[in-house]
Design a binder for this molecule. Sequence first.
Ligand code: CA
Length: 219
Amino acid sequence: MAKILIVEDEKAINNLIRKNLEAVGHDCVSVFDGEAVFDALEKQEFDLILLDIMLPKLDGFEVIEHLGDAEIPVIFLTARGSVDDRVRGLKLGADDYITKPFHILELQARVEAVLRRAQKADKSFELGDVRVDLSGRKVYFKGRAVDFTPQEYALIEAFIRNRNIALSRDKLLEIAWGYEFGGDTRTVDAHISRIRKKLQWENVIKTVYKLGYRLEAKK
Ligand code: CA
């Protein structure tokens, strides 16, 4: 779990990002203009900043220049096609950029990659015969790699990052297919049943009555 500061003046986008990152266990704070970044940084430490470029008061470039030597990874949020913005952002020291509009799985993957480079994310998870390599996004059962679809992997990663916590079917749908996917929660059930079979996890991923599922990983 990382502390992430989301700097985006479009409230709908800011909320969408926050919901999706909180769904995979991160702790997020939203601010809506460039100056508010520095108020937030005075109050607490962050592991990562998601920084829009076009912002009221101070724009994203000014924010990153004001950050100076602060060693917080930054991912820029850029509008489609603005190559100059990306190059300028990376030159100023941004760790990555995401082009809007983006798919939520791409956002989560880039966030995890940057946190991993900054060594703030778990690298692997082991439980019984199962090992999940969170850096390489691979799942092993009794030492052998198991085929996982991107959605199955998104689900297992969410379970691992939120272990021992019940996750609702709606939440899981959001995590694996994106917040705006109008899918059916029965899709989640079908995927969970495949994951249980592949890993012999019938008693590890518990069904939580009327809610959803929970990964039981008590030490
Ligand atoms: Ca903006």
